[in-house]
Design a protein around this ligand. Structure first.
Ligand code: SAH
Length: 242
């Protein structure tokens, strides 16, 4: 029979080993994150320092379902349930860079999903307003924001086609689901001088990532960036069930 002291020591050793295992995984993720940023973010031409730093900071593994954690630092989209996906890291970085985000900015995101893109923005700008149409995804994202301490992300459940009028106008707008056209309410809620990044095209086919610039005189300039593949912008809550 082991004496009591031996049992205590064994328990203590077990607890210490748990601590070391978890901090080792965190270190592993940090290393993987640095690799991803070097190879696919900087390596594919992202130059904005704030964007690079943000990609080096936000733990993407927290935003993917447990079973995909080991793939969190591959440069690809991953399923997050309800037929939705967390976007590919390079695309997140590219869209963020295209917005030319500034420290004092107020940004609107349509399609919260996992919350990863919102977190990337929240590291850089003052306030992020994000709208998600699928309630359980919104609830999960909110939990992640709380866990990671982001108190400058404000989330609303609703149809993002209509934006979020209450806090408009926005310095920039990012839409992370593919629309068939640029939603007029979003154009209206964009500040003069502001930018909007949005994939436009036919659902489940290739779309074009567009950069919309609202000039100081109110005129609109649209530039095609690259072909992309996003999940569609849903036009009513029931769509995602079928
Ligand atoms: N930005 C996300 C990627 C989300 S995928 C991330 O970083 O993980 C697109 C998201 O848009 C999905 O969560 C989907 O539910 C949401 N969505 C689709 N149509 C929408 C709409 N009309 N309004 C708001 N969100 C919508």
């Amino acid at each position: 029979m082991m004496n009591k002291r031996a049992v205590y020591i064994l328990i203590l050793l077990f607890i210490i080993s748990l601590f070391y295992t978890s901090s080792a995984t965190e270190l592993d993720f940090k290393r993987l994150r640095e690799k991803l940023v070097t190879k696919y973010i900087i390596g594919q031409g992202i130059k904005n320092r704030d964007v690079v730093n943000s990609m080096l900071t936000v733990p993407r593994e927290v935003f993917v379902p447990n079973k995909y954690r080991s793939q969190a630092y591959e440069d690809k989209p991953l399923p997050i349930g309800y037929g939705q996906t967390i976007s590919q890291p390079y695309i997140v970085a590219l869209m963020t860079e295209l917005l030319e985000p500034k420290k004092e900015d107020k940004v609107l995101e349509i399609g919260t999903g996992s919350g990863f893109q919102a977190a990337i923005l929240a590291q850089i700008v003052k306030e992020v307003y994000t709208v998600e149409i699928i309630e359980p995804l919104a609830v999960q994202a909110e939990e992640r924001f709380k866990k990671l301490g982001y108190n400058n992300i404000h989330l609303k459940i609703g149809d993002g086609y209509f934006g979020w009028e209450k806090y408009a106008p926005y310095d920039s707008i990012i839409v992370t689901a593919a629309a068939e056209h640029i939603p007029p309410p979003l154009l209206k809620q964009l500040k003069r001088g502001g930018r909007m990044c949005i994939p436009v095209g036919i659902p489940y086919f290739t779309q074009i990532l567009k950069l919309v610039h609202k000039r100081e005189n109110g005129s609109i300039v649209v530039k095609d960036i690259i072909p992309v593949l996003f999940v569609p912008l849903l036009r009513n809550r029931l769509n995602y069930e079928n």
